[in-house]
Design a protein. Structure first.
Lengths: 164, 179
């Protein structure tokens, strides 16, 4: 009878010990997740940055009759022959701007999305061959809507900047 | 009797030793905690500095002394800065030092197209294409810096009509070093 009681007590203690270990592991994991999470202020800052860059690109004045990129994309959708090929001209300018401005991976698309028309206006510009930053923790998107249902999208995977 | 005394002495020494070890351990924990607190305070202070710089980044773009006016059309609704306002501001920047409290530096640089040189902008021929940056504020050394993109627009005229041209720049703010 005494041996049975001792066995029961031992089992209870073991369960208690296991419970404490599980609790400690869960708390440890929560702390680890909190520590690894990107602070929201950094994400907000980068998001603001990408939005501002997309605005800057839209209003950048090209050498094509003083038109900005936004106007070139609209001309491209109209299939006009202004400055020979507005689609190609816009693509070249945007590629150069993105290459000089963003350090991480990115992709840029300009599409017309409506019931009558659904197509890419310019060939998507991508720094990463696989597309929208696979496997990255922070993916920032800026979208701008132009007349005639034109959707301009910039996706950026910034290189994390650590402050000292 | 003497055996009992000896046993009592051993027990007392044992208690004193345990107390000493406890005091030592407690002291070690206190030192560790104090160091951790100092580190935490420093980290939080840096975070506060960075948050202030972040909010100033937005505020500077919205300053009416720098923003594009309505004459820039749709561009005035975005993060557009007037290059002539920037030039005027950089000439009298000492008057606006209070606006930049909490920063070590604030400047605008041309990003695209790349400027011909990185010189500070000043009145002269071919302005604004003859320079690379506008200094808005400078005080002390920076620990780190943040930036955001801005649209730099310049109003021009060809004798018949006024028009504007825009390029891409960056507003850079410096977070001061803590002593």
């Amino acid at each position: 009878m005494a041996i049975k009681d001792e066995n029961k007590k031992g089992q209870q203690e073991m369960i208690g010990f296991a419970f404490v270990i599980v609790l400690v592991v869960i708390i440890g994991l929560v702390f680890l997740l909190l520590a690894l999470r990107q602070p929201s202020s950094i994400v907000e800052r980068e998001s603001f940055r990408v939005n501002n860059l997309l605005n800057g690109i839209s209003y950048y004045t090209t050498e094509c009759e003083g038109k900005n990129i936004q106007q070139l994309i609209i001309e491209c959708q109209r299939r006009s022959f202004i400055c020979e090929d507005p689609c190609n001209l816009a693509r070249e300018e945007i590629s150069q701007i993105l290459e000089s401005s963003l350090k991480g991976d990115y992709s840029f698309t300009a599409r017309v999305e409506s019931e009558v028309e659904d197509r890419d206006l310019i060939d998507p510009i991508k720094k990463e061959a696989k597309g929208e930053c696979p496997g990255k923790r922070v993916v920032l998107k800026a979208i701008s809507v132009l007349p005639n249902n034109i959707l301009v999208k910039l996706v950026s995977c910034p290189v994390p900047k650590t402050s000292s | 009797m003497s055996f009992k005394n000896k046993k009592g002495q051993v027990k007392m020494i044992e208690t004193v030793m345990v107390l000493l070890v406890l005091v030592f351990l407690f002291g070690m924990i206190m030192i560790f905690y104090a160091r951790f607190q100092i580190f935490e305070i420093d980290r939080i202070a840096k975070q506060v500095d960075e948050a202030r710089a972040d909010s100033l980044l937005n505020r500077i773009i919205g300053m009416p002394e720098l923003r594009c006016s309505l004459s820039f059309g749709a561009a005035s609704e975005i993060n557009c800065l007037d290059t002539y306002k920037l030039l005027a501001f950089s000439q009298i920047r000492e008057r606006f030092e209070d606006e930049f409290a909490g920063l070590s530096e604030a400047k605008i640089v041309r990003d695209y197209p790349a400027p011909r040189n990185q010189e500070q902008c000043s009145f002269g021929n071919n302005y604004p294409s003859n320079c690379g940056e506008w200094l808005l504020f400078k005080k002390g050394v920076s620990r780190t810096s943040f930036d955001t993109f801005v649209t730099l627009c310049t109003q021009k005229g060809n004798g018949f009509a006024a028009f504007y041209e825009c390029e891409i720049g960056r507003l850079i703010v410096g977070v001061p070093k803590r002593e």
